[in-house]
Design a protein around this ligand. Structure first.
Ligand code: NAP
Length: 336
């Protein structure tokens, strides 16, 4: 190991406990204990991670995200390679990881150093800093995967109106800014009407409440938008599908409002509506690279700064609770 490296790394670690689900605490882990991968791994000095909905669930033990203990939390990371046993990476490379089982089965990004299988690591696009990449994080990259679902379906800016739910959240705020900048007429749906100014600043043409798009329990209602990005699931997703236009598409990626979905087959067989599920965790590397290339080309850096904040590592336990209580908006990067 390089003499310039410390012996330990500060990390946010979950350990199983008797009687409780698990306990989360900061620990100093020996660098020598970071897991190795025989197929090739890289040791990354992490400068930034991110806070996502899934991170908040893991930090607060509100959902069974973690599959094995002990686990270093954090589903995202960005930093610099300091050691590599893989031909694909060399010390000094700027890299990032989103998902791929981090904080579930692989030790994650809430650590000043992490050793990762090379197969999950990608190079950071040249024109993003590590901080910007983590302000985007899994939420922003998922927003781009949803936008790609809409554009791959054939939606066109200028012609098609689109809708985004959970618009003040991480996925929603990035989706609003990407779609508005591309030239779509964007309706931002939010449970926080006091944030209308923020959403207009991101480019939303209209801001609607969740009640405004209530379809009255009907599986099909007046056709209103050609495409939608939904982070809510539950009743809101059923309302969104009911008002999607003929041949339109709904990209569903979240369950912030619930995991159930009560609708009928009619929007699908009478209007040809497509319900496209979007997962970010196990997306093949080629599509990840395409999503990050599009983020580099299409995401307005000023808007990214507008919708993002960077917070201290030590604040994570409180930030996890705050996110689930709806006290945060936009994206949060974590400085390690
Ligand atoms: N499929 C994937 O791979 C993937 C990747 C990333 C995220 N996700 C999922 O996407 C969702 C959003 O993630 P995020 O990081 O954007 O979280 P977030 O920053 O907490 O944003 C979620 C937003 O959803 C809205 N919301 C909250 N409770 C709601 C309710 N009961 N009904 C309707 N809307 C509600 C809120 O926006 P308003 O106050 O503006 O309404 C909130 O800001 C989560 O379910 C997350 O697990 C999935």
């Amino acid at each position: 190991m390089s003499p310039a490296l410390p012996d330990t790394t500060r990390a946010l670690v979950a350990r199983s406990t008797e009687g409780r689900k698990y306990a989360v605490a900061f620990e100093d882990l020996p660098l020598a204990d970071l897991p190795r991968d025989e197929a090739g791994d890289v040791l990354v000095r992490i400068s930034h991670s991110a806070l996502n909905y899934k991170d908040a669930l893991a930090i607060t033990a509100r959902a069974p995200i973690i599959r094995k203990f002990p686990m270093v939390l954090g589903i995202d990371l960005a930093g610099e390679v300091v050691e590599s046993s893989s031909a694909d990476f060399a010390p000094g490379d700027r890299v990032l990881v989103n998902g791929y089982g981090l904080s579930e089965t692989l030790w994650g990004g809430y650590s000043q150093f992490q050793r990762l299988p090379a197969r999950v690591v990608q190079k950071l696009p040249a024109d993003f800093t590590a901080e910007q990449a983590m302000q985007i994080g899994t939420a922003g990259y998922t927003a781009m995967l949803c936008v790609m679902a809409l554009t791959d379906h054939g939606l066109e800016p200028g012609r098609d109106a689109v809708l985004v739910t959970g618009a003040t959240g991480g996925v929603g705020s990035v989706a609003v800014s990407l779609l508005a900048r591309a030239g779509y007429h964007v309706t931002a749906v939010t449970g926080r009407p006091e944030q209308a100014g923020f959403l207009k600043d991101l480019g939303a043409a209209e801001v609607a409440s969740r009640d405004d798009i209530d379809a009255g329990g009907r599986p099909m209602a007046r056709e209103a938008w050609a495409g939608a990005v939904d982070v809510a699931g539950g009743k809101l997703l059923a309302d969104v599908i009911a008002q999607t236009k003929y041949d339109g598409i709904v990209a569903a990626c979240g369950m912030a409002g619930g995991g159930e979905l009560n609708t009928t087959v009619y929007p699908f067989i009478l209007r040809g509506v497509t319900l496209r599920g979007v997962d970010s965790v196990m997306v093949p590397m080629a599509r990840r690279l395409r999503a990050w290339d599009r983020l580099a080309a299409e995401l307005d850096r000023d808007l990214l700064a507008e919708l993002s904040d960077t917070r201290d590592f030590a604040d994570l336990p409180q930030l996890g609770a705050d996110l689930l209580e709806g006290k945060l908006k936009g994206r949060i990067a974590i400085a390690l």
